[in-house]
Design a binder for this molecule. Structure first.
Ligand code: NAI
Length: 319
């Protein structure tokens, strides 16, 4: 249990804070979680124990430590200084609001007494320059944006502030890889980072195809579930084109003209409202009603499949 001497602080014990706590404990780190709500912390501890025990029984627990040991590494505190003290890494996971994040990160930075602690935010979409610039410890700050659910989708985008020290970038990539995440690097900040820029490009064209009456929402979804998504679980767009011809250059010799022609026909960014919003909502709701119980049932269905896919990928990667 080499890492148990090393402490990680988690600020915010909601959906993402809980996942990070499990991931760090899986690698043997001692984890201290903080939240403004005592009941959230209590709920987090119950939920984490349930999830870790479940994962162990399915053979999906990360790392080599038992569920009991991993649970014993995670504790809570309602004192931010207590969480930050001697931590090698702090992962901020409070709601996506610039003012709140600025305030919370300021308390973390003020409580921090070491120049080597990494102060990391989980923000999905806020630029590092909007939340770190006011901090005296800006050189120690960085974003590590996970993909939900982080335990089964290991991708983590690393986005530095323009003043983030090189050593902090190196340490963040290393700790993410150590806990079993897949860090990818953005060399400079850009709105939406990489994942959401690509996700939104897909959403824009999916929406236009339905709005223009060309396809149904159900059939657009099938393009992913039975087409692109089957490949993308294993190879990204670059490897896809490389394999779909005799290498990337040959692919572009054959297809770049069509790609440019089709791309020029893309319409403006949709407004995602009005008649199209109503009809898309209705259409999807006919299969998945928008009641909390039905949505939860489908989320569970989705997570079971993600777990199975993650297991398959792990097994195939071992071969
Ligand atoms: P959440 O709402 O589930 O949890 C937020 C937690 O922060 C709550 O427990 C809340 O009590 C606590 N909190 C609120 N104010 C606080 C304060 N001043 N100090 C300490 N704790 C405080 O939110 P979630 O989904 O966990 O998101 C957290 C961050 O992770 C956000 O920045 C979000 O954009 C990002 N993220 C979320 C993903 C998702 O799919 N939910 C995916 C990737 C990143």
């Amino acid at each position: 249990m080499e890492n148990s001497q090393k402490k990680v602080g988690i600020i915010g014990s909601g959906l993402i804070g809980r996942s990070w706590a499990m991931l760090f404990a899986g690698a043997g780190y001692t984890v201290k979680m903080y939240d403004v709500l005592e009941e959230q912390l209590q709920d987090a501890m119950i939920s984490i124990r349930g999830q870790i025990t479940d994962l162990e029984s399915q053979g999906l627990l990360r790392g080599s430590l038992s569920a009991d040991v991993q649970c014993s590494l995670i504790t809570t505190s309602n004192n931010i200084a207590d969480v930050v003290k001697d931590a090698v890494h702090i992962q901020e996971c409070v709601p996506e609001n610039i003012d709140l994040k600025k305030k919370v990160l300021k308390s973390v930075s003020d409580a921090c007494t070491s120049n080597s602690t990494v102060i990391c935010s989980s923000t999905s979409c806020i630029l590092p320059s909007k939340i770190f610039s006011h901090l005296p410890r800006v050189g120690q700050c960085i974003v590590a944006h996970p993909c939900n659910p982080p335990y089964h989708c290991p991708l983590t985008e690393i986005v530095p502030h323009p003043q983030t020290e090189q050593s902090v970038i190196i340490k963040t990539k290393a700790i993410m890889a150590e806990i079993g995440q897949t860090p990818v690097m953005l060399n400079r900040e850009v709105d939406g980072f990489g994942l959401n820029r690509i996700q939104y490009a897909i959403l824009n064209e999916s929406w236009r195809l339905v709005e223009d009456g060309i396809m149904s929402p159900e059939d657009v979804d099938k393009i992913f579930t039975d087409g692109l998504g089957m490949r993308y679980a294993f190879i990204g767009p670059y490897q896809t084109i490389h394999l779909n011809a005799e290498g990337t250059k040959n692919y572009m010799e054959r297809y770049s003209e069509s790609i440019i022609r089709v791309s020029k026909s893309f319409g403006p960014v949709p407004t995602f409202d009005g008649k199209s919003l109503n009809s898309i909502h209705e259409s999807i709701s006919s299969e998945i009603p928008s009641t909390p119980a039905d949505l939860e049932k489908k989320r569970k269905w989705r997570d079971e499949r993600l777990v199975a896919l993650s297991k398959l990928k792990q097994e195939m990667d071992k071969q």
